[in-house]
Design a protein around this ligand. Structure first.
Ligand SMILES: CC(C)(COP(=O)(O)OP(=O)(O)OC[C@H]1O[C@@H](n2cnc3c(N)ncnc32)[C@H](O)[C@@H]1OP(=O)(O)O)[C@@H](O)C(=O)NCCC(=O)NCCSC(=O)CCC(=O)c1ccccc1C(=O)O
Length: 282
């Protein structure tokens, strides 16, 4: 199978992008990093575009699940594009005197983590460095049998003390996470499955069909229960930010009750709310 032979679904492209493709089909959005010449390394533009696409998918009520992937079969993503790395972070206009860089990926990681719809990493080939962290952040990972995983930070002068270390340690244990970061080895798909890094490993030829099948299974389920399940898993892990997400989701539901509506209507009608009509539940 060559690089262009992975499409099993009749995807509809949406929007104008340079570094990614945004497509959808029947409730599923697919975001593809399209920089295969650099193993789908991301530059700031790539991350800004992924962020925009995630926002489209979030706001589109017909979308229930989002797939994040890389173009071709050689890589999901090889992390930050080292050619545009400057002394102040990653640069939007390298070579411009006084250009100030930053880590655009910081906000993107949080966006994926907080996104109230499941995000599935569909990994063929390398998920390396910041690309490995991207798959870690996704809610599920479906790996092709040619997938290879690893961090390279200490080799290239970088580290990720946020989700890249913490989430990894939660998934594979502290000793193994240190091994991943300290030795910068690569792990094949079978090892990744044994470590708990991925949900399943499938033949490369079946990757998209299998990922879409997982997505369709989720689309059969209650969207709000999926949203609350994601927030519930993160509630303890993400501290107050995790509790905030779950609590605000609970408030979303509360808004639909007669009790909450009474508060809103009483305010608008400039009268005392009649909360005594509602039970003080045991
Ligand atoms: C991914 C490889 C293992 C693939 O190897 P191989 O198949 O043999 O292909 P190559 O011949 O090596 O590569 C082909 C071609 O692509 C170019 N390329 C590959 N990766 C990158 C990259 N990341 N940036 C720029 N260019 C890349 C490569 O140079 C070749 O180009 P030619 O012109 O054809 O020579 C292997 O390629 C590899 O190991 N790549 C580097 C992986 C890496 O070190 N990535 C960067 C890690 S650091 C990072 O991702 C920063 C992320 C981040 O933003 C961050 C933010 C906040 C806190 C922490 C972090 C963090 O560090 O994660």
């Amino acid at each position: 199978m060559d690089d262009e032979e992975r499409n099993d679904v009749d995807w509809t492209p949406v929007g104008e992008f340079t570094d990614i493709a945004y497509e959808h089909n029947d409730g599923i959005a697919k975001i593809t990093i399209c920089r295969p010449d650099v193993r789908n390394a991301f530059r700031p533009q790539t991350l800004v575009e992924i962020s925009r696409a995630l926002e489209y998918a979030r706001e589109d009520p017909s979308i229930g699940v989002i797939i994040l992937t890389g173009q071709g079969t050689k890589a999901f993503c090889s992390g930050g594009d080292q050619r545009v790395r400057g002394d102040t972070g990653y640069l939007t206009e390298p070579g411009t005197s006084g250009a100030v860089g930053r880590f655009h990926v910081t906000d993107l990681q949080v966006q994926i983590r907080r996104l109230p719809k499941p995000v599935v990493a569909m990994v063929a080939g390398y998920a390396i460095g910041g690309g490995h962290v991207l798959h870690l952040i996704c809610d599920l990972t479906i790996a092709a049998d040619n997938a290879r995983f690893g961090q390279t930070g200490p080799r290239v002068g970088s580290f990720d003390g946020g989700f890249g270390a913490g989430l990894l340690a939660q998934l594979v244990g502290s000793k193994k996470a240190k091994e991943v970061w300290f030795l910068c080895r690569q792990y094949d798909a079978t090892q990744a499955l044994e470590m708990g890094l991925v949900n399943t490993v499938v033949p490369l030829a079946d990757l998209e069909a299998e990922t879409v099948a997982w997505c369709r299974e989720m689309l059969e389920l209650s969207p709000f229960a999926l949203r609350a399940s994601k927030a519930s898993v993160h509630a303890a892990e993400d501290g107050l930010a995790g509790i905030q997400q779950l609590a605000h989701d609970a408030n979303l539901l509360f808004y639909g009750t007669a009790e909450a509506r009474e508060g809103r209507e009483a305010f608008k009608e400039k009268r005392r709310p009649e909360f005594e009509r509602f039970p003080r539940r045991a």
